[in-house]
Design a protein around this ligand. Structure first.
Ligand code: NI
Length: 289
């Protein structure tokens, strides 16, 4: 696969909280853009949500990671280039004792499949929720043990974060995950390579981020997702925030009305195909830095 890596330098933009617009401007037929994944990275000190993902280190800006996802064997994805209106909704930081089941109810009502990037210690606390999610067709991915940034964890720390969570997931649902989203999206080429080679994990970023952890506003969550989602998108959200979960019925119904179809991340990756040359779609060419 011929995919070009476009390093984006959104640090200042991220600091301003309007993070990483560049990642949103890409459309699916374009090259992968490895932007600084913001997740909660831009969260100012003291605004960590009360909840199971506590234990986070202070938010730290990461330099844009080198893109280890290019080349014949992709190790990471921000989005996919697919034929057809397929997207993957992803929910991080759970499972949450009450909000995740509520979200599962909404997804079940609509026959929608999603992907949950879970925190290991939350899995141990709520294994039955994970079992339900899998029984209803959703995919489970690793999102670390306690949301420590891998780039700050050291080799031993990363090993602990990955293996304890993999084990917790396997104990709950009988199999290890094949995908991982690093907390804050913080990774680098060597960590990503190691995750793949040692654990068989693909690193999953995102191209649509409603900054739901920041705004805590259901209307904003909905409008941002609807504005930015394209075929092949990987949509980031968090099922530990009531405002996010409450936004989902209208958001999903609107996405359905737009014709989108929902698959798990692994299903989306399986549909990924080589991107055409960047100039092939002039109407949607991204302005490069
Ligand atoms: Ni997270």
């Amino acid at each position: 696969m011929k995919t070009r890596s476009w390093l984006v330098i959104p640090v200042v933009v991220c600091l301003l909280g309007a993070a990483c617009q560049s990642a949103r401007t890409q459309s699916s037929p374009q090259p992968q853009v490895i932007a600084v994944p913001q997740d909660e990275m831009t969260k100012p000190p003291g605004t960590q949500p009360a909840g199971p993902a506590q234990g986070n280190t202070a938010p730290v800006m990461q330099a844009p990671p080198a893109d280890p996802g290019t080349g014949p064997k992709k190790l990471s994805y921000n989005s996919c280039n697919v034929e057809g209106p397929y997207i993957a909704l992803t929910f991080d930081d759970g499972p949450h004792a009450t909000l995740t089941p509520k979200l599962l109810d909404m997804l079940k009502e609509r026959g929608i499949k999603a992907t949950f990037f879970v925190i290991g210690q939350n899995v141990v606390a709520n294994p039955q929720i994970l079992q339900r999610a899998v029984a209803e067709g959703h995919e489970i991915g690793n999102h670390s043990w306690n949301h420590q940034a891998f780039t700050k964890a050291g080799t031993t720390g990363v090993t602990m974060q990955v293996t304890q969570t993999n084990d917790a997931i396997e104990n709950a649902i009988g199999k290890k995950p094949v995908i991982l989203r690093p907390p804050y999206g913080a990774t680098n080429a060597s960590i990503t390579k190691r995750l793949n080679e040692e654990y068989g994990l693909k690193v999953i970023m995102w191209d649509v981020d409603p900054l739901d952890w920041k705004y805590r506003n259901s209307e904003k969550v909905k409008s941002e997702i609807l504005k930015n989602t394209k075929a092949g998108s990987i949509v980031l959200a968090h099922d530990i925030h009531a405002t996010t979960v409450n936004a989902m019925p209208e958001t999903i119904d609107a996405l359905i009305a737009k014709g989108f179809k929902f698959v798990t991340v692994s299903e989306l990756i399986a549909m990924d195909r080589p991107a055409p040359a960047p100039q092939a779609s002039p109407a949607s060419v991204t302005k490069t830095p």
